[in-house]
Design a protein around this ligand. Sequence first.
Ligand SMILES: [Zn+2]
Length: 183
Amino acid sequence: MDDPVCSGAEFDKLKKQLSFNLAEKRVIKDLNIQPDAFIPVLFSLKFGGDWSFKTKDLEAMAVKEKITRFNEIDGEGYTLERVTLFVNPQLISTHGKILRLEKCGTKNERELVERPFRVQLDAQDIVIAELNPGSMEITLKRIEGPLSFEGSAAYGVSHEMEHLAGCEHTGKFIWEFEYKLKD
Ligand SMILES: [Zn+2]
């Protein structure tokens, strides 16, 4: 039976997807890291946000930062996405305590949690993936640790490290807050 799905446009899309997947395999091989370790980066690039992944002998997490570059003169810009991958990460130090509401992908509602303002960590392998919507390129670079993060990225590191450790905090929920009318 003929497959009616394969119109010209569909075929073109399939071809692009296949070559994208092949290019993905090639960079993973060239980076010389365990293929499973790259999974959080793929999730972060394809679905957004921070991700972690754990097997019997591997822990990997990807933390995303968004950097908007805006040119005041021509009024144009783009939001660069920088995903930092840590293979077998190790927390070195944390500094400060920030109370904040967070929504985890595995949960239905936001919770009140405490996160460090600054973290310092190292890992067996660290790879930075930068997705540039302007040039439509994803560049990859292996770098040496340790690295420091503060603010959003530090909260992301802390959140994902908690997933890897398997000890998730249960915080307070929105209905435990009080409304106060100010005059
Ligand atoms: Zn989570």
